[in-house]
Design a protein. Sequence first.
Length: 902
Amino acid sequence: MKLSTIPLAVRTTCPYCGVGCGVTAMAQPDGSLAIAGDTEHEANRGRLCVKGAALGETLGLDGRLLQPALRERGQLRDASWDEALDRVAAGFARAIAQHGPDSVALYVSGQMLTEDYYVANKLMKGYIGSANIDTNSRLCMSSSVAGHKRAFGEDIVPGCYEDFELADMVVLTGSNTAWCHPTLFQRLVRARELRPQMKIVVIDPRRTATVELADMHLPIKPGSDAWLFNGLLCHLARQGRADRDFIAAHTEGLDEALAAAHDTCGDLQAVARACRVDPALLLAFYDAFAATTKVVTAYSQGINQSSSGTDKVNSIINCHLLTGRIGKPGMGPFSLTGQPNAMGGREVGGLANMLAAHMELEDPAQRAAVQTFWNAPRIAQRPGLKAVDLFRAVEEGRIKALWIIATNPVVSLPDADQARRALAKCDLVVVSDIVAGTDTNAYADVLLPALGWGEKDGTVTNSERRISRQRSFLPAPGAARADWQVLCDVARRMGFGGFDYQSVHEIFDEHARLSAWRNEGATARMFRLDGLAGMSRRDYDELEPIQWPVTRGKDGKPRGAARLFGDGRFARPSGRARLVPVLPRGPANLPGDDYPLALNTGRVRDQWHTMTRTGKSPRLAGHVPEPFIDMHPQDALLYGVREGELARVTSCWGAMVARVAHGGGIARGSLFVPIHWSGQTAAHARVGAVVNPAVDPLSGEPEFKHTPVRVEPFGVAWHGFILSRRALALERAANWTRIEGASAHRYELAGRQPVALAPGWARELLEAVDEDADWLEYEDQGAGLYRAAHLVDGRIEACLFVSRLPALQSRAWLAALFGQERLSAQDRADLLAGCGRAGASDTGPTVCSCFGVGRATICKAISEHKLVDVAGVTACVKAGGNCGSCVPEIRQLLADVALAAK
Ligand SMILES: Nc1nc2c(c(=O)[nH]1)N[C@H]1C(S)=C(S)[C@@H](COP(=O)(O)OP(=O)(O)OC[C@H]3O[C@@H](n4cnc5c(=O)[nH]c(N)nc54)[C@H](O)[C@@H]3O)O[C@H]1N2
Ligand SMILES: Nc1nc2c(c(=O)[nH]1)N[C@H]1C(S)=C(S)[C@@H](COP(=O)(O)OP(=O)(O)OC[C@H]3O[C@@H](n4cnc5c(=O)[nH]c(N)nc54)[C@H](O)[C@@H]3O)O[C@H]1N2
Ligand code: SF4
Ligand SMILES: [Mo]
């Protein structure tokens, strides 16, 4: 890519997780781009995790959607913006005219910038007059939103990242922080190095990478958090830890909450049974929590993604309210947000049950306030459909036109095959994305190319309420345009005024002014950006990261706030926080005879969601090169599946296929499958199809962490892999998965037909039809071995290795051949022999992605040099010396090697 036109160094914000790290992008003399952590950004102070560090590798234009496209007679064809926008505006207008405003919907994303989000919400709620705009934050943060509103009266995270460093105990529940919020986790680990008395507790049914660095792990039964925290509430009360003054002055509902907790969780033994943990361990945790004033309880999807997610959130907040441990340095409940702008979306009211600027859709005065401010022709009168219901309404034909922006619901929704059915039936599906090939795009009638990270411009808000600028430093590729511009264009074509913005600065200013609009008196909202209203374009462009609420200091400069509620004032009409009575309940669907196991789903360290961006980086591909089904070895034995072989996971809703793995620290009775693979990267590994669509009754957040399933062998006659410079269509393989290597696509595949039966099949598979090409082939039918390579002008184009067993040759030395312009005679012989020369041995899956160090290299160094700690490993092979994300895995390897040596 030509980067010579970009300014020298631009300070921006990472587009991945909610930590919201500051990034500096620098053009290099060779035209490439160097990415570094912004040392002045408070969130990360110069650190980046490996996903952030690899951003430069994901910006190439291959695979990008560069031109609008329209579907005609089943085929997509390129179109002009005019044509595409007309089609969208006319389609929406027609549906509204014929079936009313609730017959159209927007499904948007926490990866949009605040300015994009603001415009989308304004269009739908204020001008179309329906609240049928929901977002993938429904799948992510909505239980926290609902919990915050019940307890505090407003969706507010009280604390900040510094609290993690100031605390004496940090409880991480339902959060694999080491992998999902890596730089924050590194801050925490460093703080503990400085103050070893500080304790880290992890509550997670799995022994995750986060657990490797924890002082205590409670491997609770999936879904049992509310029992645990209700039990803690009782324990704290019994131990006299209730802060009487704080409770009397600043809370309500204590008696009801305590009564509910006592009724259900008054007995420690009973709680230990409900949570399936050792009572002594539980008591040790309770005692430590009781004895420590400075406690942060941070939580993420193990809490939110549950049919009782909102109650789980409140059971945590209750413990902090009882002890008055909130709003002060080093303490408080802390919801870790997932996406880069999960927070910003909530500020503008992007969810179907919110309005804008933290105003309430169901409050007539606030509705009128927003309508007046927007000068809008109408305003949505009631909450719209939440994501899962929205897609049901689409399938039932109640939604006629749907516009999806910056999310990939065919992969990420629960019961994801339902999402497919819904989109297939919908009259008009519009998709705005940055890449051309996604599972969702396949259902688009109109495809709109969006600007991506580095090209788009605006603001995002991270988990600690810190607003940061994402700045553009790359030219717009092809015909791609910013999402806000496209939304405004459609709004104008639908005849709406109020969308004549010239820049993101104007939108932000309107958003800031709205936050202060009629915001006074007893019901004043705490979310306010008064201090940022009226900024000049230049001030906006130069905006330094700042935490809301933002007021103006005496010097006239914007002043942020690190913490809220420190004065004991909450956003409820009484000014008091509410302890919510919680009656714990288990997952909606429980395992039974047909589906005896519980499926848990989540993330791996180096991939982001559906891999449309991280999937482009070879550096990130090596850590987990394939989808997997992690399960306990005894369960594998029981259900007749074997490590390394393929298995199928089936639920009432759908099925998926991946390779069985052990070692993910999973208890008996559960499976863990990563969420990242889609129809673009695997034949059958889209786990969303298996996930049950049960949701929390208040928040509507799906129960992604718990679906009853069964597992069985996926029988195949052979296993194989392909390295190919060209992307291949592998429809004929029974199963395949794909990742990107440095010079070749890498496919793992498996087939049902015996290889020998179909002569010429391999040439077809590799698309090696060129008669002039070299075709090397080796076959041993008795042993079930087959190898082939396709060369053009001495350069390797593709190769295929097949065996009856899943353990095939190392891909590392083969991949190296793709870096060569010509293969030597020795290379050709090696290809047929199926092994590289000595010294080119496989280093195994990547552990340290920053320095590309494999597992085998680390294990060898540990045993040869008798290494005993991570520092020793780093000194010897560099692994762990940069972002630190792999430190937990290095610790695990140190333990494994020590165990093996005994
Ligand atoms: N590498 C990477 N990082 C990411 C993302 C990514 O795609 N890749 N995505 C970002 C986004 S949008 C989000 S929302 C966050 C998610 O961040 P996390 O929530 O930390 O990640 P998950 O892997 O979804 O799930 C967290 C843990 O919850 C545990 N869990 C399951 N059931 C229960 C339960 O009943 N109780 C408890 N206590 N724990 C349970 C799971 O075993 C899992 O380890 O990550 C963000 N960061
Ligand atoms: N089974 C299971 N499913 C889950 C979860 C789970 O834990 N388990 N977690 C859920 C959670 S927490 C989340 S957040 C979701 C995430 O799920 P999705 O939001 O569906 O996943 P992404 O891959 O991030 O999708 C973002 C899409 O937007 C595109 N894109 C990127 N930047 C831009 C832009 O600037 N403009 C536009 N228009 N498009 C852009 C990307 O190419 C991509 O196609 O998944 C949810 N689904
Ligand atoms: S921790 Fe999150 S925000 Fe920071 S670099 Fe990594 S993915 Fe980006
Ligand atoms: Mo998320």
